[in-house]
Write a protein that binds this ligand. Structure first.
Ligand code: GLP
Length: 242
């Protein structure tokens, strides 16, 4: 893992957006894995700015989002799909048919997960995946537990994770769905490159456990230690315990 500590979140976001833009220039058909949450917001803002200046062209790229709440239709304002529409998809030249997303309203969760894994495999897997990290060490919605699952799967969200996502639901944690669909650790670990961002003091313990702790399903992000090309980009607060 290559750890880089930035002076500010904004500096990390600008660097990350430039890194993604360079990857798209090198391979216009780049398969990009994308997260939601507060962490990547500035990256999306920077990517949109690059696109507006003609410095990012994603017309031949394709994206797979990491996860989605289960039981929510894509058009629900709280869904990750809506978040991505607001902050990225509607602001760049990514063709609709190149956007891949788990459908939180699919009646059969297992079939939906199998469809998504098959679509990702057909696209050749992720070239570059951008990740955040939960305060409990989760990546995407792979929550800490006794074991981890490699394929895309349905997951029960922990209390801490539902609280952390309350912002999408008017700060009312009781409105956060109880379940989600998520890419498994398999697709994430098979990505050709991983860039994980973490900002703020609330992420310091999870970052330290990910970088220096044992590889354990109790901290799903610790499995990234097994990957050969992981950039961990943090601000001073998130890097405080490393
Ligand atoms: C959410 C998402 C993750 C995200 C993480 C951190 O639950 N499923 O993909 O990385 O939690 O969120 P935030 O960036 O808001 O701290």
């Amino acid at each position: 893992m290559k750890l880089r500590i930035f002076d500010s979140e904004q500096q990390a976001a600008v660097t990350c957006a430039a890194h993604i833009a360079a990857a798209v220039r090198a391979k216009p058909s780049l398969v990009l894995g994308l997260p939601t949450g507060r962490t990547p917001l500035n990256v999306y803002r920077e990517l949109v700015a690059l696109s507006a200046r003609g410095e990012l062209d994603v017309s031949r790229g394709c994206t797979f989002n990491l996860d989605e709440f289960y039981g929510l239709p894509p058009e629900d304002a709280g869904s990750f799909r809506s978040y991505m529409e607001r902050h990225f998809f509607q602001r760049v030249n990514l063709p609709r048919e190149r956007i891949h997303f788990l459908d939180g309203s699919a009646p059969d969760a297992e079939a939906e997960c199998a469809r998504y894994d098959a679509e990702l495999a057909a696209a050749g897997g992720l070239d570059l995946v951008l990740l955040g990290i939960g305060g409990n060490g989760h990546v995407a919605f792979n929550e800490p537990g006794d074991s981890l699952l490699a394929p895309c799967h349905r997951v029960k969200l922990g209390r801490e994770t539902r609280l952390a996502n309350a912002g999408l639901f008017g700060d009312d944690a009781s409105r956060v769905p109880m379940e989600a669909l998520t890419l498994g650790m398999g697709a994430i670990l098979q990505a050709r490159q991983v860039v994980l961002l973490a900002f703020g003091a609330s992420k310091a313990e999870a970052v330290a456990a990910m970088v220096n702790g044992p590889v354990t399903p109790r901290c799903p992000a610790s499995f990234l230690q097994l990957h050969r090309d992981v950039e961990v980009w943090v601000d001073r607060e998130a890097g405080r315990l490393v």
